[in-house]
Design a protein around this ligand. Sequence first.
Ligand code: NAD
Length: 312
Amino acid sequence: MSNDAAKRTVGFIGLGHMGGPMAANLVKAGYQVTGFDVVPAALEAARAAGVAVAASSAEAAAGADVVITMLPAGKHVFAAYEGDGPGGGLLAAAKPGSLFLECSTIAVEDARTAHEMALAAGHHSLDAPVSGGVMGAEAGTLTFMVGGTAEDFADAAEFFEVMGRRIVHCGGHGAGQAAKVCNNMILGVSMIAVSEAFVLGEQLGLTHQALYDVAANASGQCWALTTNCPVPGPVPASPANRDYQPGFAGALMAKDLGLAVEALNATGVEASLGRAAEEIYRHFALDGGAGTDFSGIINTIRAASHAAAPEE
Ligand code: NAD
């Protein structure tokens, strides 16, 4: 696939919270993007951002060199690739040899299956999940974790560079999703650990700032503490300072930890903290935390401890 003169055209499937701004950034960078979403409001928002709107996924893919999918879960990816109806049929509709960039967060096994489906249909394919959230999607500063061949990775780099800032080739097919699930298992566990430490500190008479000043510069340092601090005050930009508005929603953390447990079960890895984090965030999401930032888990821990937050 050439990377010269005329810019390649993009079909963008799934124009939701993430896909909408990602497609808009490709338009801003001068790409001709044709998009489709099964929800009309998402299509209208994309149209306003300069995306050409198709009547179906197949139509969006038919004229494209590169097909990007940004869908909720693995079953949606399979439906988009091979299903019937306006949201389906991508693999058959795309020109042979098209490049498929599957950016949704899905199970590692599902990502490998999606690759096989794309390859069997005569296409190139990468799994390329992201981190950085809606703000990163809007700002074009996402991190892309990519699995697939070195040739396809090099071929796709220009698109990742428009939508993201850090792009890591993690290995072969499925390696991008593997990196994402491992990273988010670290994140879920570490946010719970930081939150438990703050609640313990409260009950031991420590101020939030004192614990922060020590741990942020000691061996307790981690992203959950120094960027997404679960108590208001020490890190002014963290969601705790705006009543836990996300940020990274509890529902997404619960989803990602569910994928981690799927991977743990498939591989037989003993990971008691990862499994505990999945259970804790599953309940958090079911009990009202789905739409709040995942750092709101500290309030659940405090409530379960029958402890009150101190006056700061
Ligand atoms: P979203 O629900 O806002 O968007 C998904 C879109 O896909 C929806 O608009 C839906 O209508 C559309 N869709 C579903 N099936 C379709 C089909 N067959 N054809 C066309 N459109 C279809 O979700 P989102 O927040 O944009 O997240 C997308 C993916 O990115 C998820 O896998 C999520 O886990 C991942 N992710 C999200 C964030 C975040 O902060 N929102 C961060 C990192 C990764």
